[in-house]
Write a protein that binds this ligand. Structure first.
Ligand code: SF4
Ligand code: SF4
Length: 115
């Protein structure tokens, strides 16, 4: 379990790509090798950004910015009922966005007592 610290400083990075998790073994059966998969994805502008072999996942990033993101990195639906649930909760665990103003640490017993 993670404890989130810090705050959003509106870099907009989390709104510029769509991140997708796929099932690793099924995908590799279809494509044969990671290299073949990467070639196929590259032609479509999709990047293979990571894998979790133990949990059988592959992670894709698709560079499609959200159409609610303004040029100065503001969310046009922030604080409205139209903001997607995923965005309201983001980030709930460590992500790979270096610019993000949030950091995470593992929860301790003291955190659980205090909550
Ligand atoms: S809805 Fe807002 S917070 Fe969610 S991805 Fe779009 S701009 Fe970002
Ligand atoms: S990456 Fe982090 S700091 Fe940047 S807009 Fe998203 S939540 Fe905010």
């Amino acid at each position: 379990m993670w404890v989130r610290e810090g705050e959003c400083h509106q870099c907009g990075e989390c709104c510029k790509t769509v991140n997708v998790t796929v099932v690793r073994d099924i995908t590799l059966r279809q494509h044969g090798t990671i290299e073949e998969l990467e070639r196929y994805l590259k032609y479509r502008g999709i990047q293979l950004v990571g894998e979790d072999v133990d949990n059988n996942y592959l992670f894709y990033a698709i560079p499609i910015p959200c159409d609610q993101l303004t040029a100065d990195n503001r969310c046009q639906v922030h604080a409205t009922p139209d903001k997607p649930l995923l965005c309201l909760k983001y980030p709930s665990q460590p992500d790979d966005i270096e610019q993000c103003g949030y950091t995470f640490r593992r929860a301790t017993v003291l955190d659980r007592v205090g909550s």
